[in-house]
Ligand binder design. Structure first.
Ligand code: ADP
Ligand code: MG
Length: 247
């Protein structure tokens, strides 16, 4: 069947009145079904641009992009609507896509129950913690049954403690629901703890600098447990060095 996502020699150039910006240049990346990929790179290098192309929001200026599945997109902000309760927020994606079938509604209720939100269905977003709101946003995204999840720094608005537990929970949900995921993050530990492979990008224009396959010698680890693996800090140091943040 081949990879679920394949990007070959992709470039993207923005055109604006102030001139042209080459954001992505000769990028090659393929992702297998069920893989969890983390993408790290300097700020402004083109990470969100890459996700926008994968989401079909921006056509590449050059290269070959193939996607064999439906995309779900989750952003840094949860974008919950404050006038809708949690259940109705979780149903929003289905509503927009006119897919409010009994089966799909049942799936949303199942996800809300499964992921600890059943007691909060009638609550409103402002009554929930940041972490719970991110979970609702994930369920809203999962509701439309995407094959591929794109996550653009989804935890960066959360404080450190919350961030740890929410990235742990969300990583486990994505694994359990057997999705392919591409996570953009600036947190190296988060990238390693969640991913099968960490992709380090160059500074703008983004291209793949180094790919780190992550193999940790702890059994059946959760993202949180991954941090205890003896290899963890070696990956951290190697990726840190590749990122070359001081240059
Ligand atoms: P990252 O997500 O890695 O921080 P982005 O993909 O958002 O980076 O942006 C990459 C580069 O493209 C940046 O220099 C940014 O200023 C530029 N850029 C992003 N969006 C646009 C746009 N709509 N028009 C022109 N330039 C843009
Ligand atoms: Mg970005």
């Amino acid at each position: 069947m081949g990879p679920i996502v394949s990007m070959e020699d992709i470039s993207l150039r923005y055109h604006s009145i102030s001139g042209e910006t080459l954001a992505v240049s000769h990028l090659d990346l393929s992702v297998e079904s069920g893989e969890f990929i983390s993408v790290v790179g300097p700020s402004g290098c083109g990470k969100s641009t890459i996700l926008s192309m994968l989401a079909g929001l921006l056509p590449p200026s050059a290269g070959d992009l193939k996607i064999n599945g439906h995309i779900g997109y989750m952003l840094q902000k949860d974008h919950l609507l404050h006038w809708r309760n949690i259940r109705n927020n979780a149903l929003l994606g289905l509503e927009i896509q006119k897919k409010l079938t009994p089966e799909n509604i049942e799936y949303v209720d199942f996800l809300l129950d499964q992921y600890g939100l059943s007691e909060f269905k009638d609550h409103y977003p402002w009554q929930l913690s940041g972490g719970m709101r991110q979970r609702v946003a994930l369920i809203r995204t999962l509701a439309v049954k995407p094959d591929i999840l794109l996550l653009d720094e989804p935890f960066s608005a959360l404080d450190y403690q919350t961030r740890l537990s929410v990235s742990d929970e969300i990583g486990l949900i994505i694994r359990r629901e057997q999705k392919t995921a591409i996570l953009v993050t600036h947190d190296i530990s988060e990238a390693i703890s969640l991913a099968d492979r960490v992709i380090v990008l160059t500074k703008r224009p983004a291209t793949v600098k180094t790919i780190f396959p992550i193999l940790l010698s702890v059994e059946n680890y959760t993202p949180m447990k991954a941090r205890e693996a003896p290899e963890f800090k070696d990956y951290f140091n190697a990726i840190w060095k590749e990122l070359d943040v001081h240059v």
